[in-house]
Structures are given as C-alpha cells and as structure tokens.
Design a protein around this ligand. Structure first.
Ligand code: ADP
Ligand code: MG
Length: 238
C-alpha cells in the first residue's frame, strides 16, 4: 500500500481551475519534492493533501484510505511552513509541547518527548527562550521540532528554507535530510529551487500551471526529461 495517492485531484477557486487533474503515488518512506515556478500550484496541492484546502474533484488517499472528508487534524500529517508560524508569546518548550497538550498526552511524557526532540534538533539549550530571541535557523528548527514531537505518519514542508540566507539553507537542507534518514517517514517537500530538489529528493514531481509535467527520480528527469519545460527547469540553474 502506498503512503499517499492522488487520483485525478482538482481544485478550483471560483471559476479558475488551479490544479487540473493530478495523479501521483508516493511510497512509504520516500522523500518526494514538488518543484515548479511560483504560482504553479505547489502549495495548493500540499494543502489539499493536508486537508487545509478542500478538493474540488478526485481523491486524496492516505495509507489506502480516502481522506477527502477527514479534517486536517485527523489525517496524521504534520506541516512545516516557511513563515515558521511559532507562537510568539510562548517559550520554545511551550511551542514544542503545545500540540501534545491538546492531544491529552500525560505531562511526564510530554516533557520527555519535548526534550528528546529538542536534543535531536540541537535546540535543547533554547527551551526557555521565546521566538523573538532566536535566529532564523533556530526558529526553523523549532518549527520542525513541533512537527516531529507529534510523530506524524507524513511530514509536509512548504518552502521551509526560503526565508533563510544561502549558507544556512545548505545546513538546514542537510538537517532535514538527516531527519528523514533517522525517522524514515514519508516526506513531501515543496520548493521552487531546482538545486534543493535535485539534492534532496528520492522522487521529484515537476509541476507547471496546475499540471504534473513529470514524476520520477532526479537523475531520470535530468537524463530523460519528457519535454522542454522539464529539461529547462531541471537542467539549467537560474
Ligand atoms: P505555488 O505554491 O506553486 O507558488 P499556489 O499553490 O500558491 O502556487 O497558487 C496556485 C494558483 O492558485 C495561483 O494562481 C494562485 O494565485 C491561486 N490561488 C492560491 N490560493 C488561492 C485562493 N485562496 N484563492 C484564489 N486563488 C488562489
Ligand atoms: Mg507556494
């Protein structure tokens, strides 16, 4: 059984169709990257998987179950955004444990889980600080940590590194790749950056104007692009 399957999924805003029928299968443990130019529908597609966006037609299937009518909170996924979306008035510890408190996890377990994840992401010395007293990279680690503590089946990342400077971005790329190796979860990672896609992905989905142009392993896309758009987008850094 696949981890995630999209069956002819579509999305319209008013009369404008922005996702125009996409079929895609993500296997368990795969690191799948959605790449494509700004406005092509990457975020919308990710939000359709997460349940933050209602789909107009088709099926989203998670672990063999059609989840079209299942609310986001019950899909077993966790999403990490570029804007961090940390709670400014809470400490790092509170930001990390907030989701678990909602899920009625025992207090001692929350503490242990929070500290374990903080250590894994090397933010354990920062547990008592507030987001405003953290660097961009540290904030992003907290945002990732907040997803990790919930032990989701699948991680969804929406351009998580685009607010970071180039040097930090490379470091965080390696961190996320390391997290994937350690946890072995299915991850879907949205970016408009070809280099990020080529270096991080097991599989790349190239999107253009709401359609899937090609889906496959990075080297296969590079060596055997199915059209000029894929060749241009994957082949030439810009
Ligand atoms: P990407 O993440 O690839 O940059 P998006 O998924 O954000 O692209 O957007 C895809 C298209 O859908 C764009 O044309 C965008 O303007 C449109 N769109 C996204 N969200 C909405 C919305 N809530 N209402 C109307 N149009 C939207
Ligand atoms: Mg986007």
């Amino acid at each position: 059984m696949a981890s995630i399957e999209l069956r002819d999924v579509r999305k319209s805003f008013g009369s404008v169709e922005v996702i125009k029928g996409i079929d895609l299968t993500v296997e368990h443990g795969e690191f799948c990257v959605f790449v494509g130019p700004s406005g092509c529908g990457k975020s919308t597609l990710l939000r359709m998987i997460s349940g933050l966006e209602q789909i107009t037609a088709g099926d989203v299937v998670i672990e063999g179950e059609v989840v079209n009518r299942i609310p986001a909170a019950d899909r077993g996924l966790a999403m990490v955004f570029q804007s961090y979306a940390l709670y400014p008035h809470m400490t790092v510890r509170q930001n990390l444990s907030f989701g678990l408190e909602n899920a009625r996890v025992a207090r001692a377990d929350i503490r242990q889980k929070t500290e374990e994840v903080a250590k894994m992401l090397q933010i354990d010395p920062l547990l008592d600080r507030r987001p405003k007293d953290l660097s961009g990279g540290q904030r992003q680690r907290v945002a990732i940590g907040r997803a990790v503590v919930r032990e989701p089946k699948v991680f969804l990342f929406d351009e998580p590194l685009s607010n970071l400077d180039a040097e930090l971005r490379v470091g965080m790329r390696n961190e996320i790749a390391g997290l994937h190796r350690r946890l072995g979860n299915t991850m879907i990672y949205v970016t408009h950056d070809q280099v990020e896609a080529m270096t991080m992905a097991d599989k790349i989905a190239v999107l253009r104007a709401g359609r899937l142009e090609q889906f496959g392993r990075p080297l296969d896309l590079f060596n055997r692009p199915e059209n000029l758009f894929v060749a241009g987008f994957i082949g030439s850094p810009r």
